[in-house]
Design a protein around this ligand. Structure first.
Ligand SMILES: C[S@@+](CC[C@H](N)C(=O)[O-])C[C@H]1O[C@@H](n2cnc3c(N)ncnc32)[C@H](O)[C@@H]1O
Length: 308
């Protein structure tokens, strides 16, 4: 009998939580294990490591996913609805890449990057997931993620993807078993292009919301990670903390948020009155390899988790 494939993130993503999953699971609300949580919401979806983990572990009735990266959301919708068409394009890209001599692969990467940047103007995102050009764009998005430097997604001021070639010797561009596994998990999800506060109406008392916003930079000189060309500044972090408080007060939902640990009192002030924990993390995406060591990250909850 074939063993069931566990769905994993289909892309590498800055701030991806795969390495932290085991630790984060200790901070999930006890009501999730008790089967009392019916709805799961992830408003900063990224590569979806936590969503995939939770959705394959616990019985949920509703799942709502949000992100402001249009191409990321398009790609999730294409995986959910058109996995076969997506895989046939990814298979062509993979064959093309592997048949190209290593010294010419950068050229191939640049031509697909160029195509991705020039076809954006012809995309109507409201229907693109069911159109051939949208499916091609989702395949280009995955190809670029697998072959660019560190799996970064960065746009310049003109909205063009400008991450350089990554020089991987054998990237897995087409991974049918994982794409089908992700597609199966996504069948229960509603996927939205939107900002985190768009989830407000969907939150009820038996909802678990996990927030994983862009990290607050560890120092004033550190680079911001911009996923969309727009920075998530301290003002945005404070607005999010306010939203967290409002959801807690008005909806009585279970809320968990993770962020970097800048070792100052910014988050202690913003989330005063809530539980703040520190977990050890090894960041997967850091442009400076010397800084890829163990650092702590914050986990903030409005409930007492099992580990408490
Ligand atoms: C730290 S990443 C999330 C990583 C995710 N947990 C994972 O495992 O890959 C933050 C995500 O938030 C998205 N984002 C940034 N600003 C946002 C906003 N205002 N509303 C919703 N999503 C936003 C970014 O596009 C990015 O994908």
């Amino acid at each position: 009998m074939a063993t069931k494939v566990t769905a994993k993130p289909f892309i590498k993503w800055a701030g991806g939580k795969t390495q932290l999953l085991e630790q984060l699971a200790n901070y999930y609300p006890p009501q999730l294990q008790e089967g009392k949580i019916k709805t799961y919401i992830e408003p900063f979806l990224g590569s979806g490591a936590v969503f995939l983990h939770i959705a394959q572990q616990y019985p949920l009735e509703q799942v709502y996913l949000f992100d402001v990266n249009r191409d990321l959301i398009l790609t999730y919708l294409v995986i959910q609805q058109r996995p076969d068409d997506l895989l046939s394009i990814l298979d062509q890209y993979q064959k093309q890449f592997h048949c190209t001599p290593p010294e010419k692969r950068r050229q191939l990467f640049l031509s697909i990057r160029q195509a991705f940047n020039s076809n954006r103007s012809g995309i109507d995102y409201s229907v693109a997931n069911s159109q051939h050009r949208g499916i091609v764009r989702a395949a280009q998005f995955i190809f670029l993620n697998k072959t660019c430097y560190n799996g970064l997604f960065r746009l310049n001021s003109k909205g063009e993807f400008n991450v350089p070639y990554g020089r991987y010797s054998n990237p897995k561009i087409c991974d049918p078993s994982n794409i089908y596994a992700v597609a199966a998990v996504l069948q229960q999800a509603q996927i939205y292009y939107g900002t985190y506060s768009d989830c407000w109406e969907l939150v009820t008392a038996d909802t678990f919301v996990y927030f994983d916003p862009p990290y607050r930079p560890l120092s004033a000189t550190a680079n911001f990670t911009t996923y969309t060309g727009v920075e998530f500044t301290d003002r945005h972090q404070l607005e999010l903390a306010h939203f967290f408080r409002e959801l807690d007060r008005e909806k009585k939902a279970k809320l968990m948020l993770s962020n970097s640990d800048p070792q100052d009192d910014f988050f202690a002030q913003a989330f005063g009155g809530y539980n703040i924990y520190r977990v050890l993390a090894s960041r997967a995406v850091n442009s400076n390899s010397a800084k890829r060591g163990k650092i702590t990250e914050l986990v903030i909850t409005n409930y007492n988790p099992i580990v408490d």
